[in-house]
Structures are given as C-alpha cells and as structure tokens.
Design a protein around this ligand. Structure first.
Ligand code: ATP
Ligand code: MG
Ligand code: ZN
Length: 451
C-alpha cells in the first residue's frame, strides 16, 4: 500500500498537500516538512464518563506538591498541581535538565516517587550531573529510553507521583512513522503524557527545546494542550537564568523567578530588584528606575532611552525591547504633542535592562521621563523612582498596588518617589514608609520636579 504523505508546517501545524516555500497560515519560510499521513485518533478509546452534579464532585484533598525551591513554587502558582502537565521550554544548554533533575531530587527527598526519563543522555551521564548537584536519598528512578509507548508502560508500572520527560523532541511514538521532533510526533508525545497524567493524577514535566527563532517546535499546537507553559531563558555567557510562566491554568502568569547557575546547580535569587538594578549607570542620561509589578510581586526595573539623529532621513527607527511597541509609540506621540518636541529626524531606542518585560501601564511615566532625560541631556537624580500610567492628554492616572511599589522602592534605598496624585490621596498615612512622596497630575508637573 502506498503511504499518503502530507506537508506540515513545523511552526504552526498547517497541512498542505504539496510543498510550499512559505506557510500560508503563519507566514514562516521553509517550515513545511513532508510527513506520513496517519489517522491515529480513530484507535483511541476513552472510557465513557457520566455527567456529575456540581455538589457531588469531591474536592481533591491534596492538590499541590511543593519543591524546596520557593521561587519555582511561586512561578507554578504555589507548587505543582497534582495531575497537571507542565511544559518547560528553553534554548539548548540553558540548564533545563539541571533544573528538572534538581527538582526531581527535591521531590524524591520529600518522599514522592519520581520517574525521570531521558531520551538524550545515558543513566551514567545523568548520575554525574546528580553527583555534582549533590542529590540526596529518595525515590528517584531514572530511565534512558526514546520509545514513548515503552516509557508510558514503565511509568504505569512504577506509578510515580512525579514524571519528567527530557525531552519531548527526542522521544517518538511507534504509532507514527514520522521522525522524532516533527510536529506530529511532538503532539502525539504531549497527548499521551497528558492522558497518562490525568488518568493517574501524576504531575508531569515535559522539557522542550526552543529553536533559534525562539519558538518550541510546533508551539501553537502544544501550548493549548498543556496546563502550564514555563520558559527558561538567559544569556549563555551569564550565570543568570530567568524562569517565567507564559500560561498557567492554576495560577497567575507573568510570575518570574531568577536563578544563578553554578557548579552546584541553580540557586534562586531572592532579591530580584537588586539583580535588575545591579549594573545601573548612576548619573547617566536616559535611565529611569520604575516600580513595576511582576505577577504577585513588586520589582524595580531600569528603563533606558536613547535618542540619536537618524542616518536615513524620512525613515527614523523606533526600537523597543521589553516594552509594548504600540504603547511606546503612543507615549512618544504624547511627548511630541504635549511637550513640544519633534522626533521626525531622530531614531529612538527604548530598553528595559536585564531582559525584563514591563507589560503594565504603570511603566508609562518612566518611559516618558527616560526619553525627556535623554532629550534634555540631564540625568535623573539617583535617589528617585517613579510609577504612573499616562493618558493621551498627558494626565497621570492611578495604578494598582501603590503601597507594594512604595515599600519595594523604600527597601531598595530610594528616597523620593514620583507617583500619581490619585494614588497618593488614597493612601493611609500610617502605612506609608518613611519616604518622600511627590504626587503629580500630569507629565509637566513630573518634569518640573525632576528637571
Ligand atoms: N561543572 C559545572 N559547573 C558549573 N556549571 C556547569 C557545570 N557543568 C555544566 N554546567 C552548566 O550547566 C548548563 C547546562 O545545563 P543542562 O545540561 O541542564 O542544560 P540543558 O538545557 O538541559 O541543555 P541541553 O539542551 O543540552 O539538554 C550550562 O550552562 C553549563 O554551563
Ligand atoms: Mg538537557
Ligand atoms: Zn505555519
């Protein structure tokens, strides 16, 4: 029998009967790969389930298990939920296996039974890493295997509480004839592990490699299948690693944890504000410290602006890193209209230091002050930190959690805070730390205080 083949986009899962240079669905180039067409769905037989009355559904008693790494628990929303499937993505060599082996050892040490499956490394290689990390006693089982059906069979037999698969791209299902790492295989692996987890109430972790373009193979088709998506990022030359939640069915997203990679493995950094401000240039123009909120926690971050005459007239650049591009354009338009500057001949670069992403409007005032500091060639006083949303007429609007922001700035040694007048008037005197607060109603007032 001649096998029917189809071309599948490895980025988005789009099917095409013939090869295309560019995917019609997501627009990526050279992502279509020929795969054998298979009808796998037909042979799945699920046990039929009955509808249950809401009141009759019992609440699971033990819902989450926690690691000793408090920062990881927080990113997961307070520990890992039993029976949930967590996908951890990251670039090659960033430390995914290290993190998961550490976590596995930690769970095992607390009395959970853990199965760590590797399709990439031998048991001896994993043991060497484990020795370096100083893993202690516990029910930690290792398995080196790449066949998914055999892995699931072993997992059913061992019946662990925690299951780790390293990595999703190296394991293959024998139900499919396409090679490991293709979108059909990756989906099938995630699908089978998902059903194994739910069936047995096992907390499972899938490790996924991210391609150079910054996406997991078949990201769009995987992210909706799993409960939690975490990204592990960092510069390979630096010891710092950031773990962030991109999706979480059981907790807030935009939580992040920072780790330091050393010989003994990953160590959580408990004061991220200090980390993000560590290399801040003092008395430099275009640099402003903002009090932002990341997930459930306040964080100080440095916004940097650079304005320089454009080389190609008529086409000035607007580059933003770590800020929403449209929001930044809007803020630049406000600076032009309300403060009378003109950027027609200027390139403008905006950056949040340390690779942080500021995705809340409370950073607005910081962006505007950074740009104006650059234009005026005047540095911000080093003891000032700011927060506030900016509206289209240049008014400063209140933001959430003002007190948490003030306390974080205070604890980091800032003496003066510029904040929305609306927030200031609603704060209770007795709660406010001993710090100089300057409430402002519009951007002109803020500029008068600073410059
Ligand atoms: N002896 C050591 N001392 C300090 N750091 C080490 C040591 N050995 C390895 N590392 C660090 O561990 C990291 C590699 O970790 P790991 O193998 O967990 O990454 P990974 O994301 O699983 O990689 P891969 O894509 O190869 O699976 C590297 O950043 C490396 O610098
Ligand atoms: Mg690895
Ligand atoms: Zn596509």
């Amino acid at each position: 029998m001649k096998q029917k083949t189809t071309f599948i986009c490895q980025n988005c899962g789009f099917h095409s009967p013939k090869w295309l240079g560019r995917c019609l669905n997501c627009g990526e180039w050279n992502t279509l790969i020929e795969e054998v067409e298979e009808l796998v769905t037909a042979e799945y037989s699920f046990p039929a389930s009955e509808p249950l009355l809401y009141e009759e559904i019992k609440e699971a008693r033990r819902q989450r298990i926690k690691t000793k790494i408090e920062e990881l628990n927080r990113v997961l929303g307070g520990g890992v939920v039993l029976g949930s499937l967590v996908l951890i993505g990251g670039e090659p060599g960033i430390g995914k296996s290290t993190l998961l082996l550490q976590v596995s050892g930690d769970f095992a040490n607390q009395g959970e039974k853990v199965l760590y499956v590797s399709g990439e490394e031998s048991l001896e290689q994993i043991k060497i890493r484990g020795e370096r990390l100083g893993l202690r006693d516990g029910n930690l089982y290792l398995l080196a295997e790449t066949n998914l059906e055999r892995i699931i069979a072993q997992a059913e037999k061992l019946s662990p509480q925690v299951f780790v698969l390293d990595s999703i791209q190296t394991v293959f299902s024998s139900k499919l004839s396409s090679s490991p790492g293709t979108i059909s295989q990756v989906r099938e692996v995630a699908n089978q592990v998902f059903r194994f987890s739910k069936r047995n109430g096992v907390s499972s972790f899938l490790i996924g490699h991210i391609t150079k373009e910054g996406s997991l193979a078949g990201p769009k088709s995987l992210e909706h299948m799993v409960d939690v998506v975490l990204y592990f990022e960092g510069e390979r030359d630096h010891a710092y690693r950031v773990l962030r939640a991109l999706k979480n069915r059981f907790g807030p997203v935009s939580e992040l944890a920072i780790f330091e990679m050393g010989r003994g493995g990953l160590k959580a950094i408990s004061n991220p504000s200090a980390f993000f401000l560590k290399e801040r240039p003092v008395e430099e123009t275009g640099s402003v410290v903002v009090c932002t909120i990341k997930g459930s926690r306040p964080l100080l971050a440095e916004i940097q602006a650079l304005v320089s005459a454009t080389l190609f007239s008529g086409n000035p650049r607007r580059m933003t890193v770590g800020l929403d591009h449209f929001r930044a354009s809007m803020l630049l338009a406000i600076v032009e209209r309300k403060l009378g500057y003109s950027f027609a001949g200027e390139d403008i670069y905006l950056n949040v230091a340390g690779g942080l992403l500021i995705d809340e409007p409370a950073g607005d005032l910081g962006v505007i002050l950074a740009v104006v500091s650059c234009l005026k060639n005047k540095a911000m006083p080093p003891d000032v930190s700011v927060f506030g949303e900016v509206g289209l007429s240049g008014e400063i609007r209140s933001v959430n959690q003002p007190l948490a922001r003030l306390k974080e700035a205070h604890s980091m040694g800032f003496k003066r805070i510029i904040l929305p007048e609306g927030n200031l008037s609603h704060l209770e005197k007795k709660d406010i730390p001993d710090i100089n607060l300057m409430g402002v109603k519009n951007i002109k007032q803020a500029l008068n205080i600073i410059f």
